[in-house]
Design a protein around this ligand. Sequence first.
Ligand code: AP5
Length: 221
Amino acid sequence: MLVLLGAPGAGKGTQAHVLARHFGLPRVATGDLFRGAARDGSPLGLAARGYMERGELVPDEITVEMLLERLDAPDAERGAILDGFPRTRAQAEALDRALAERGTVVDAALLVDVPTGELLQRLTGRWLCGAVGHTYHETAYPPRVPGICDIDGSALIQRDDDRPEIVKARLEKQLGALADVVEHYRAAGVLQAVDGRRPIASVTNDLLDAIEPIPYWRTSP
Ligand code: AP5
């Protein structure tokens, strides 16, 4: 199991899509699961929506249960790329326990490290494809055709929580918990940090280099 860590806007989603394609594994993103549930109007989605609109983390009990249910789906049997989970120490410990029951572990926790000062402009300029969430940025990484996803041709949208006032709340309220999760994986000896300010393809290469020594994730012969 690979875990992608980083502040809001650090590039977790961008890299998780690439790694998922590279390894032929599902990308499991708790933010996407919450947004899907909110669109469906399910009780879980309605419960999560208020927290997301305030830039707060959704409570651990709800989040862990939803994530573990998703990991039980057949497509995640061989593993997954986790994007946006765990976000608290309690979530990281719950994941460790659940994986131990399944006879597996977090092989690497990959921290995409970006200074806080860069995150506001990354998020307020972000556009996502409506189909699966491929990411673009209006100046740094624009699509070839304005408003259309290069990869699947779907229309690009902006997220409600990318409004500047909500982005500021997300950064204020979530960075402390991220530091705890980073410490959890540093203590476990599986933390790998890469410089998330480099171009997207360079960040991907750095992540693949970090994973390469782990037997299951080795891609070269
Ligand atoms: P979630 O959807 O997970 O949002 P997030 O963590 O805030 O992260 P983002 O998706 O906003 O950013 P990202 O790091 O994926 O960056 P991206 O690749 O898009 O969570 C939303 C909410 O759900 C949370 O606030 C919380 O309420 C709730 N939630 C979710 N999971 C939870 C959990 N486990 N526990 C509790 N609550 C939870 O890139 C951003 C922009 O930068 C894009 O425009 C991109 O083009 C650009 N970019 C990417 N890489 C680069 C680069 N190398 N150089 C320049 N620009 C780049």
